[in-house]
Write a protein that binds this ligand. Structure first.
Ligand code: HEC
Ligand code: HEC
Ligand code: HEC
Ligand code: HEC
Ligand code: HEC
Ligand code: HEC
Length: 344
């Protein structure tokens, strides 16, 4: 055999031996016991304190929040979609923060010595999963922040622990009333709101067929001076809560009539703008939430006045934010649209 071939083979054999010895020397014994892992580390990791405590663990101390969350849309185990408490509030175990390093059973722990974060910026947090972007799975509902919420915090409208529930819907304390009892005391209202709740004066709203809880809340708001209108404040000042609820039940039970003032070109433009209102006021202005008013069946002058008043004195978190950026022309067109659609 030529000398240089012998040397080459020698080098190859040497390299192979070195590689084998190296592998034996550097690889721990338990490697490959559980696949491509150091088997002994499993026991080590298992003996660590868990960093995440799971939602169930929060139940004992935060029963109300847990109940809200577990009934809400963020807890949907059938579909494998669960947004756990600690996704938003951070880990309830603080293993990593321990100065002894990773392997520690002594890290901080909520509520003993670890305070969890109350997220202040919900826009930042909720858009992590819900901001519209190409490639994001559509099953996880997406929004365009600018048109959906503007600069508002998501928690202004959404209950953060059960986000398909809306904040306003929880705020009302009005109960459904008794329509017959309401009818008996409704005579005073007819002079302005019409005999069967259908107003003949366009500046006064019709009440027939309006959502019940909304009507009760509105009467109470006049009584408390939260909604300012001299006439209605004096009408409401002596009405008890149950009288208000009964009146609301009576007017809600009556049949509405569309205002229909026939301004169709403006209404067509209004219809496009009204897409933004449908989520709360219903398709075509017929609300499905007893808390929130239907707009179909109201007159153009009243609708326009109501929208303008949300820019100034009438207080409602949702509507103030919506009206803030609306031009007078948009308000007029929206009013034309809702004044012209069928109310049932
Ligand atoms: C053993 C009872 C207990 C358990 C279990 C518990 N908490 Fe708490 N939690 C508390 C107490 C007590 C406070 C109030 C502590 C304070 O104000 O400093 C608190 C406060 C909070 C706060 C508000 C923090 C603040 O600054 O006011 C959040 C958020 C919170 N807990 C979330 C959770 C989550 C999420 C879990 C489950 C992973 C959980 N907690 C489990 C007792 C508990
Ligand atoms: C999608 C995110 C999210 C999830 C999931 C979530 N929270 Fe919250 N939580 C929030 C936000 C945001 C706030 C602050 C609300 C506010 O400022 O009105 C909050 C507030 C709290 C508070 C403080 C309330 C207070 O007023 O002091 C507690 C306690 C709490 N959450 C517990 C829980 C528990 C327990 C779970 C799971 C069962 C949970 N949260 C799940 C986002 C979330
Ligand atoms: C970690 C990701 C994640 C975060 C953070 C998150 N969500 Fe969700 N959200 C989801 C998923 C996933 C679903 C879908 C659950 C389902 O379809 O059953 C969902 C569902 C919803 C829905 C219901 C959509 C529908 O189908 O009608 C609303 C509303 C919502 N989230 C609002 C919020 C708000 C408000 C916040 C912030 C407080 C938030 N989410 C934070 C993942 C997230
Ligand atoms: C002005 C009130 C308001 C604010 C602020 C708001 N939302 Fe909503 N959001 C709604 C209403 C009302 C709906 C219900 C729409 C429906 O059911 O058709 C909704 C629906 C959603 C949905 C479900 C969309 C779908 O296609 O079904 C998601 C996701 C959502 N919001 C996330 C957010 C996030 C994230 C923020 C904060 C950046 C936010 N929302 C702020 C009122 C609001
Ligand atoms: C003297 C005329 C007058 C009388 C009488 C009157 N109202 Fe009114 N009502 C008005 C006017 C004007 C408005 C619109 C006020 C505004 O813009 O806030 C109104 C508004 C309302 C609203 C709010 C409707 C909405 O869509 O927001 C309710 C509810 C209501 N009235 C109930 C009653 C009830 C119940 C009675 C009888 C106890 C009554 N009103 C008697 C003039 C009257
Ligand atoms: C996030 C839910 C939400 C959205 C979106 C929304 N509204 Fe409203 N709107 C409400 C609530 C809640 C009220 C009742 C507020 C109150 O009690 O003053 C209301 C009241 C009104 C009223 C007063 C009705 C009356 O009888 O006095 C008008 C008019 C109105 N909205 C128009 C609109 C228009 C137009 C849009 C779309 C550009 C819109 N809203 C979008 C929630 C919403």
């Amino acid at each position: 055999m030529p000398k240089h071939i012998t040397r080459l083979l020698l080098v190859i054999v040497l390299a192979a031996v070195l590689a084998y010895v190296g592998k034996q020397w550097l690889t721990v014994e338990s490697f490959y016991r559980f696949g491509h892992y150091r088997g002994n580390s499993v026991a080590e990791i298992a003996s660590d304190k868990p960093k995440y405590a799971t939602p169930k663990s929060c139940e004992t101390c935060h029963a109300a929040k847990y109940a809200e969350w577990s009934r809400g849309v963020h807890n949907n185990p059938e579909q494998g979609k669960v947004v756990k408490c600690e996704v938003c509030h951070g880990a309830a175990g603080g293993r990593d923060k321990n100065p002894n390093g990773y392997n520690s059973a002594t890290g901080a722990e909520h509520p003993k010595n670890l305070k969890l974060e109350i997220p202040a910026d919900t826009v930042r947090q909720c858009t992590l999963c819900h901001e519209q972007m190409p490639g994001r799975p559509l099953q996880q509902k997406q929004i365009v922040v600018a048109t959906h919420a503007g600069t508002q915090q998501c928690k202004v409208c959404h209950n953060v622990h059960s986000p398909r529930t809306f904040v306003g819907a929880l705020a009302s304390t009005s109960k459904p009333g008794n329509p017959a009892a309401g009818k008996a005391i409704a005579a005073d209202c007819a002079a302005c709101h019409g005999k069967l709740g259908i107003s003949e004066d366009a500046s006064i709203p019709s009440l027939a067929g309006q959502t019940e809880i909304y009507l009760a809340d509105a009467i109470k708001a006049y009584k408390k001076g939260l909604r300012k209108d001299e006439t209605m404040m004096s009408m409401a000042k002596d009405l008890s809560d149950s009288a208000s609820e009964n009146l609301a039940a009576y007017f809600a039970s009556l049949t509405c009539k569309s205002a229909q003032d026939g301004e169709t070109p403006a209404a067509a433009r209004g219809q496009v703008l009204a897409k933004k209102c449908a989520s709360c006021h219903g398709e075509n202005g017929i609300s499905k939430q007893a808390m929130w008013p239907s707009l179909a069946g109201l007159s153009k002058p009243y609708l326009e006045k109501a929208l303008k008043s949300y820019k100034a004195e009438r207080k409602n978190g949702m509507m103030n934010n919506i009206a803030k950026n609306m031009s007078d022309a948009d308000m007029a067109d929206l009013a034309s649209y809702y004044a012209n659609v069928a109310c049932r």
